[in-house]
Design a protein around this ligand. Structure first.
Ligand code: ZN
Length: 219
């Protein structure tokens, strides 16, 4: 399924993903160090999967894991954005899954190699529908969100637990790249990531954002 099936009201430009942005998730990965600056990697926009579209397991790797994340859409160009101005650059908010092949990532990390095969495989970026962002409607520093697999709660988080809060994140990213309309930012996952199996149904939800699901093909 391609991006046009998503009916995106904008042309996606890039997908930035933030790694290691929640303490408890860093601990569950067995990492000891809290980063002193954001960990950033990217996924190609062709990996976006619309809600409800069936996911296929990548042809390699054994531990395909869900990572529910709050996802932001940038609406205007900005460089060196001041923290107090950040909110005016956000045009949309939703939830997404930063799908990860954990066993492949572990091997690549141990060998000091790039992450792409573990994070940027086809269909690695299931993405909900963006809601228009209004600062008075969404408190980015206190947003609850969760992930259920086959009806069982697996992950629950609140954006208040972020190591680099959203305003800080966007300020820093905009000092490294000029942000453009259509840039998408996955802001990191809380603890509870786990391996999904064929046929599993993954639901992500947040009271103010909504609920989206994907199912892993049973083949
Ligand atoms: Zn992630």
């Amino acid at each position: 399924m391609n991006i046009t099936s998503h009916n995106l009201p904008f042309t996606p430009n890039r997908i930035f993903c933030i790694g290691k942005n929640y303490d408890e998730h860093i601990k569950e990965l067995g990492d000891k160090q809290i980063p002193n600056e954001p960990v950033v990697f990217m996924k190609p926009v062709c990996n976006i999967v619309a809600p409800g579209v069936t996911l296929n397991h990548p042809p390699y790797g054994n531990e395909l894991q869900h990572e529910v994340e709050v996802v932001l859409l940038i609406g205007k160009e900005g460089k060196n954005i001041h923290e107090s101005e950040v909110l005016s650059y956000i045009s949309g908010i939703t939830l997404g899954l930063d799908l990860t092949l954990r066993d492949v990532q572990r091997k690549l990390k141990a060998a000091g190699l790039p992450w792409e095969r573990s994070k940027s495989f086809e269909q690695s970026a299931p993405l909900g529908v963006f809601k228009s962002y209004h600062p008075e409607k969404f408190d980015l520093a206190n947003l609850n969100f969760s992930c259920f697999v086959n009806g069982h709660l697996r992950q629950t988080g609140n954006t208040g637990q972020m190591i680099f809060p959203i305003s800080n994140l966007i300020q820093i990213i905009s000092s490294w790249w000029t942000l453009k309309p259509g840039d998408i930012i996955f802001t990191g996952t809380p603890a509870g990531v786990a391996t999904i199996q064929s046929g599993d149904k993954i639901v992500v939800e947040s009271p103010v954002i909504g609920s989206f699901f994907w199912q892993l093909s049973s083949e």
